[in-house]
Design a protein around this ligand. Sequence first.
Ligand code: PLP
Length: 277
Amino acid sequence: MQIAMIQDKIVPIAELEPAYLDRGIFFGDGVYEVVRSYNGKIFSLEEHMQRFANSLSAIEISGVDIYQILRRVLKSFDASGISNAKIYFHITRGSALRNHVCDADLEPNFFLTVTELEDDSEAKSKGIAVSTHPDWRWKRCDIKSLNLLANVLARRNAAQKGCAEAILVDEAGLITEGASSAFFAISGQTLQTAALTANILSSITRKFAIKAGKNIGLETIEKSLTLQQASGADELLIASTTNDIIPVVEFDEKLIGDGKPGKYTKLLTREFLSFTV
Ligand code: PLP
């Protein structure tokens, strides 16, 4: 008899819940999205759905009705009654006995959660410390894939150093992005962040942060930063859907500016938040 063991219990393979055979678990064979709401309104949902469709297409999961996914997102957000919500969803290639290659007609699995956003007011008002970590990720970080082990290890390393985010550094010594955020430096009147390549996720918050920067008179430079440029910048910040803009006041134990959130970061945050209402 073909069997499985879950913790201490033997289960015949035929009776196994499909979730145990999800290719997302075996291989990280799936893609995900995270959207959030501000006061009952989901922010930039269209962009997130477009990126999700791009990720699905990049890993050749076909036959997913993106409008059905959109309806599921809206239905579950509505059902949750949570006004400041984090909505996570993923699609995996499906469930089957572990084999790198699988049937083309495998049914994709969909999973979604709606949860309360964590309180990040202290991080926003005081700023956070970050530390650098080698970018160990694969060569298609533009795909929002479920394979996040390199990101998890970098974040664990940062947490062990008392830091709230890991800033990833490639083999050339250039900063790509945060483990779960886009990374920006402000020096003088310029806002600098890495250009979008296959090594970087096309962050939606990044796009709106650049727009906010332009609106407050900052010139944008899309070019990777060296460690020296980052640690010598006037201001640093990270951007992500769940936390929008967070000031960075310490970079590898070096204080940035006077160790407090900078004036342009505050202006940029205010401008960004005006997009969300
Ligand atoms: N970069 C990485 C590696 C991420 O995981 C995330 C968000 O999870 C971001 C950037 C920010 O992307 P977004 O602004 O679309 O949330």
